[in-house]
Design a protein around this ligand. Sequence first.
Ligand code: SAM
Ligand code: SF4
Length: 478
Amino acid sequence: MTENKAKNSAQARQYINFIDEPFLNHQLQGPHPDPTHIRAIIARALEKKPLTVEETAILVKTTKPELVEEIFAAARQLKQTVYGNRIVLFAPLYIGNYCVNDCQYCGFRRSNSDAVRRTLSPGEVINQVKALEDKGHKRLILVFGEHPAYGAEFIADTVRRVYAVQSGHGEIRRVNINAAPLDVDEYKIVKQAGIGTYQVFQETYHRGTYADYHPQNTPKGDYDYRLHGLSRAFEAGIDDMGIGVLFGLYDWRFEVLALVKHALFLQDVFGVGPHTVSFPRLKEASGVSIDNRYLVSDDEFKRIIAILRLAIPYTGLILTARENADIRRACMSFGVSQIDAGSRIELGGYTEAGDAQVQVTEKEQFQLGDLRSLDDVMRELLEDGYIPSFCTACYRIGRTGEHFMEFAIPGFIKRYCTPNALMTLMEYLVDYASPKTRAAGLALIAKELDAMEDSPLKTQLEERLAKIQSEDKRDFYF
Ligand code: SAM
Ligand code: SF4
């Protein structure tokens, strides 16, 4: 094959329709799977092997309570071996809610005349970031409606502006993006600003449902353009991508298989799977009447998370404050590895609403379920034995994409992730925590150090922790 032909065929593969609906539907048919088969798949997952769509379907079709329990137990075990007890924390920052689309579930849709439209000015962005830094945040995700005003240059400028803000001990060390999918050249512009993950949720992988919720005469009405949004990102050199489904639009069982298929497709074609998967559940939003046919119950939601944990072991699972504190707490033990905290989704909400946690739905995209402050969430995590982490080391050292060996290198978590998490936690405790949270955090750090074998790494870690406490030194990482 000539070089050009090879290139063309690789490009063609990037843009094939990899969601084969009849195939996915077929996988969901048939009787309850045989327990031996289910257990064999669970055993394979515990070897940290990504599951096929067919194998995932067997777990999706498992409904007998004792076998579902085995799925949860395995997910718990896998989560502990792959991720340890770290939970990564971030906050969303809504930049603008003008939108040319008309997604029927979203408060920002163009036909919603109740929405209060606003784009943060550069000065307002800086003030929001300062407010977030003053609470202790180091990782943000910037959220944009889809509008000509929010083109690639605007997104890139906003990212640069966020990185430039410094308040007290604070600086934002990683900026992720949730925005409309772009063209290849546009992604290149955004990449240059130094973004972390670029997230695009397909919302639903089911074409008919997609058409029902996203009018054809809007940019988002083009299912295929969105489906290949992250393939174009990869072509532009972005190898850190987030996929997602808005659960509640269509049958969750189909969507789970499609999500796994998308992850396998990215891994197969680009050699890099998605960095994260998000699974928002449909929430009430301004002027939206929810069709409850496909709403996902709490029990189903937990099953979704456990199955995803087993099927795509190396992909971070994000659970946002759309969900209430109890569900979030439950799901951390068997799947979720990243959460937001202290989140405000109204434009300007980090400064303008003060500490009064209010819900003003017509100003927001949808309603939040967990309105606790970052400090309260941190304390609960610590009391439950988790290490809240603000670590951004891998992304800053360039350990991303196919070179991202976090999970492939034996001992990587012990060598890098846990020490880095403990150092970012210590920064938080010294600079931002309430006395109660500080006490809980210092106790957890002492416990983690006790459990570590003596080594040069442990000595270095202890020295660095001491420097953070007494010498005002910050931003260490391994
Ligand atoms: N405009 C961009 C887009 O649509 O991709 C990015 C921003 S959009 C505000 C971010 C995500 O919010 C959407 O992808 C969708 O999954 C989610 N969302 C929209 N309406 C929602 C609702 N009522 N409940 C829960 N999540 C919702
Ligand atoms: Fe606009 Fe995104 Fe909301 Fe759709 S989901 S209306 S594209 S902000």
